[in-house]
Design a protein around this ligand. Sequence first.
Ligand SMILES: [Zn+2]
Length: 74
Amino acid sequence: MAEPKEDQEQDLGPLPCSPCRGTGKLNSNSGGEPHSVDCPWCEGSGVLIPDHDAQAAQRPEGEQLNEKPQPAVD
Ligand SMILES: [Zn+2]
């Protein structure tokens, strides 16, 4: 019989995005009036993206980082 694992690592799964509280939307006052915009932290998905650079989305065009090739993971 398999014993129940009581000390297994917590698997919280995808973390909800804190800035938008998992809604994927943020209220922005830019432009003079409040409006809903896609959350730059989760790109509107509502799920926190690890190591995602939200500031990058707010940079003017022309400063895009070179995409790094993804290592094959099996
Ligand atoms: Zn978000």
